[in-house]
Design a protein around this ligand. Sequence first.
Ligand code: SF4
Length: 363
Amino acid sequence: MNDQELVIREALLTWYQKAHRILPWRQSKDPWQIWVSEIMLQQTRVSSVLNYFPRFIERYPHPTALASSDEEELNTYWAGLGYYARARNLLVASKQVVDLYQGQIPNQPEQFAALKGVGPYTKGAVMSIAFDLEEAIVDGNVMRVFSRLFAIKEDIALPSTQQKFWDISKRMVKGRNPGDFNQSLMELGATVCIPKNPNCLLCPVREVCTAYQSQEVQKLPFKSPKSKIPEFEYYAMVLRDEKQRVLLGLRESRGLLGGLWCLPMYQSSTLFDLKEEIAQISHAFTHKKWILHLYAFDQSEIDLKIDLSGEENQRVRWTFFDESQLSDLAISGPSLKALLAMNMKIKIRRGAGQKMLDLEKGK
Ligand code: SF4
């Protein structure tokens, strides 16, 4: 570790002791709680996770509790957080912990990293925070902070640049309180060294921040212009039976939206040609965007056997639901937005995605 890295490490540790936010998962060293929080926090804001974490831990206080649950129930505790593959992986991993380690989360980094869904960042975070091991972390926050602190001007999407970040992180995590040091990096990235308009005047390391000293903060981190994410159009059917119940299908657990309730969807507009489009919604996933055209149907207009037999709607369990039952279901993000756009009264848990709340409010 060079002098600059040493000074930064000490300053961040001191700052973290005083300034860190009190968050539920920071109240204990329980590796399960730390693991769950880290998984929930991937691609998701702290404010959203705060609405899900306590309820999840109350229902699944240890890996054994989750291992004996099933995907359908788990999805009701995850619905609204998005990125459901995270939840499915956590379920598989909890079973691995029960089968391989008698329900105890291993404190050997290699063993922990071999569990389903545990990547290098999660390994570093859980091992350092729960077990005080000198395990490094690098994620988007850490890359941003390091690129500014050390004025690293290479494209942060390049593997060679990311290797640089890992090398720095591995050097700097060595020493006292590795878990607190990692958390201080996360905290700085989340509260001070934020993407736009970082709060350099309140930053505990501005005296030794290369980008601040050379007035290059606004230029970093450097990312080459992103290619536009592809858009896909789908046609969705809001189908009611004679009791005004709505048809939803539970998708099999693999793949995008697996294990979630969805409206019948089609890639082709053939079925809808003579119908009037009622609404259009869009939904962004990490690497693609869906545009969903919505159409209302009565059951009498449809032959369920034929019209639900297409590729998009196979391996789906279809059920009609009263509107009053919809709030209890784990409904996929796009279908939830569609149902809200149809003015259905569905209670969304707070934090279930600002876009959905905006839609609910008619914005
Ligand atoms: Fe980030 Fe500014 Fe602090 Fe540098 S001085 S680490 S740019 S907040």
